[in-house]
Design a protein around this ligand. Structure first.
Ligand code: NAI
Ligand code: MG
Length: 334
């Protein structure tokens, strides 16, 4: 039977880069059936809701979704749609790989790092958001649970095992955030003992930032809490040529949503300028999740060849072509 994928084209550059990814999946012979669903501004305009129930139902039904960036309107009353989706489907692991391709604006070669970010707890849990009546004081709660820390650390080591990676670095700030980061580090150490075949390392987040910039080739798998993972994964995107090169997978017990790390890029939307690589790499993560390794490898090789040869690349990669030309160059190699 045909695998059905829920596709959310999203806002801004979303529809263009998603179209590019779908053409490539089809050309690679993936033979998916797609159910299209709306979220974000596109949904607000047609249905009055940012995250319509019909969209949640389609994600629930197919269990696998490919998603374009969504614009969260600024202003009170709008919570981030991405945070809502991660919470609703309990997508606790956010896997953000970065891989060097020659031909980007990166200063480095041979980078192959995957950040495993806890996706539901920590500073982003939304708990305890209080502003005092006179507006002079604000507070928010950071919550880390033993179970939450354990499942993300186990996810990191299992990923390291399955991808034949050598090292897991737990990144924390337990010296200052003694309770929350302290519990995370304690659990990371316990889980590390169960995987003696994989090297384990721990690093304080500020030192990790310096080391990532100076010696990125020393990193392999990073496991960390929500806020640190958000920031460190963008830093890692910068190591390989920018947000146009950075995909992310949000994985739960039985549901997974694949997306680009970047946003809807309103400044270049509708101009055929967007680099679709992030969402194409996210679709490769989706293929690996579905155990379609051949198609995943074929698409990755085609993208690599286009970027390394500079054949019809987009402006952010130093080229002068648009989304459609770049996509065509990849299609011709499949
Ligand atoms: P952004 O990531 O959309 O754009 C930042 C800069 O990177 C812009 O100059 C943009 O042109 C460039 N850029 C991003 N993706 C690119 C691509 N594929 N090719 C070439 N250039 C690219 O971040 P910004 O402007 O802060 O946010 C815009 C909107 O996106 C906001 O409404 C925000 O809420 C939303 N957003 C959504 C995310 C998601 O759905 N996962 C993630 C981050 C932001
Ligand atoms: Mg972010």
């Amino acid at each position: 039977t045909q695998t059905r994928i829920t596709v959310i084209p999203g806002d801004g550059i979303g529809p263009d880069i998603i179209e590019s990814a779908i053409q490539i999946l089809d050309k690679a012979g993936c033979n998916f059936a797609y159910d299209f669903a709306d979220a974000g501004l596109a949904a607000l305009q047609t249905s009055g809701e940012l995250l319509p129930k019909a969209t949640l139902d389609l994600i629930e039904k197919n269990k696998v979704a490919l998603k374009g960036p969504l614009t969260t309107p600024v202003g009170a009353g709008f919570t981030s749609i991405n945070v809502s989706l991660r919470k609703h489907f309990n997508l606790y692991a956010n896997l953000r790989p970065v891989l060097s391709f020659k031909g980007t604006r990166s200063r480095y070669e041979n980078i192959d790092i995957i950040t495993v970010r806890e996706n539901t707890q920590g500073m982003y849990s939304g708990a305890g958001q209080i502003v005092s009546d006179d507006g002079s004081e604000a507070e928010a709660k950071s919550i880390i649970t033993r179970d939450g820390a354990e499942r993300i650390c186990v996810a990191a080591y299992e990923l390291a095992k399955s991808e034949n990676r050598k090292k897991v670095t737990a990144i924390h700030k337990a010296n200052i955030l003694k309770t929350t980061s302290g519990l995370f580090l304690e659990v990371a150490r316990e889980v590390a003992k169960r995987y003696p075949e994989i090297e384990s390392e721990e690093m304080i987040v500020d030192a990790a930032c310096m080391n990532l910039v100076m010696y990125p080739e020393r990193f392999d798998v990073i496991v960390t809490t929500n806020l640190f993972g958000d920031i460190l994964s963008d830093l890692c995107a910068g190591l390989v040529g920018g947000l146009g090169m950075a995909p992310g997978a949000n994985i739960g017990e039985d549901t997974a949503i694949f997306e680009a790390v970047h946003g809807s890029a309103p400044d270049i939307a509708g101009k055929n300028l967007a680099n679709p690589t992030s969402v194409i790499l996210a679709s490769i993560q989706m293929l690996e999740y579905l155990e379609m390794k051949t198609q995943a490898d074929n698409i990755r090789n085609a993208v690599r060849d286009v970027i390394e040869s500079g054949d019809r690349t987009t402006r952010d990669l130093g080229g002068s072509h648009g989304t459609t030309d770049f996509t065509q160059a990849i299609l011709e190699r499949l």
